[in-house]
Design a protein around this ligand. Structure first.
Ligand SMILES: [Zn+2]
Length: 287
């Protein structure tokens, strides 16, 4: 049963590369996962990280050999590509371009980006779209930048699908842009995944705005905080306020079948990933 599902549904975790790129692939493969997400550099630092050419070749080969795909690169948190502040915007635009270059080097399929925050929405989205145009133009093949929905605290952009659509409408090459849906962020903003009807109406809202085919990735996380609190803190699957039933409502809705799943769940003990994977598989297997 498990192997049959694996063929259809690809899944994995956000993995640390502090022990090296190759170790992250080894750990992913050892768990039986078929997808992986990494930061290409320290997510809270301006410092660049360089990889040797030989290592990059070995990394690509290892991914291929272990059938790990898609490879997702999560962009660093310092980027605010819709900032009201011109200096921050320029710096962010440059960082996003560097992340796109890293995605090329690592041969990542998707580069995930949080849209950022700004007080003047229209202007911010215009800036963001322009930064996306520059960065996405260097991506080869089917590589894409995925905009991730956010919890919506402060002046964040990208908390609902109306704002996602506004971004999509402004970019020059929408084929290079897709979306990543994070269940914790959906719930934190106010989509009550615990109620099946609400999940269904959310997907029809997605269909009417960005379109269901624009969802390229799922971040599957439970939430440490309750509905609509705009607090972005991930919890182990089934242990948070979304709960097992809520995650089940989402995954079994029929709208996310075959979309790769990345878990960004806490790693507070050595068995954390194993436990979360078991929970995921039990839902996919129809528990
Ligand atoms: Zn996420």
């Amino acid at each position: 049963m498990e192997s049959r599902i694996k063929e259809k549904q690809r899944y994995g975790f956000h993995m640390s590369i502090s022990n090296g790129l190759l170790e992250a692939v080894n750990d992913t493969a050892a768990m039986g996962c078929t997808s992986m997400q990494i930061f290409s550099r320290n997510p809270r630092s301006w410092k660049k990280k360089r990889f040797k050419k030989e290592l990059l070749i070995e990394f690509r080969n290892k991914l291929k050999k272990n059938d790990i795909s898609p490879l997702v690169i999560h962009s660093i948190y310092l980027i605010n590509a819709c900032s009201d502040d011109l200096e921050i915007y320029r710096k962010s635009r440059q960082l996003l371009l560097e992340e796109a270059r890293n995605t090329e080097r690592l041969n990542g399929d998707f580069l995930v980006l949080h849209p950022g925050s700004c007080k003047i929405k229209q202007k911010g989205i215009k800036r963001l779209a322009s930064a996306l145009d520059i960065a996405s133009s260097i991506l080869s093949g089917n590589k894409k930048i995925l905009i991730e929905n956010v919890a919506g605290g402060g002046h964040q952009i990208g908390k609902n699908f109306e704002e996602m659509k506004m971004i999509l409408d402004k970019v020059k090459n929408p084929d290079k842009i897709g979306f990543c849906i994070d269940t914790c962020h959906l719930f934190a903003y106010g989509f009550n995944l615990r109620i099946r009807m609400n999940v269904m109406s959310m997907f029809s809202e997605i269909n009417e705005t960005i379109g269901l085919d624009k969802i390229n990735l799922i971040h599957l996380n439970d939430s440490k905080f309750d509905l609509s609190l705009k607090r972005d803190q991930h919890e182990h699957l089934g242990d948070g306020f979304i709960g097992f039933q809520g995650l089940k409502n989402f995954l079994n809705s029929g709208f996310v079948k075959g979309i790769p799943i990345i878990m960004e769940t806490p790693k507070d003990n050595p068995d954390s990933d194993k436990k979360n994977l078991q929970t995921l598989l039990s839902i996919l297997n129809g528990a």
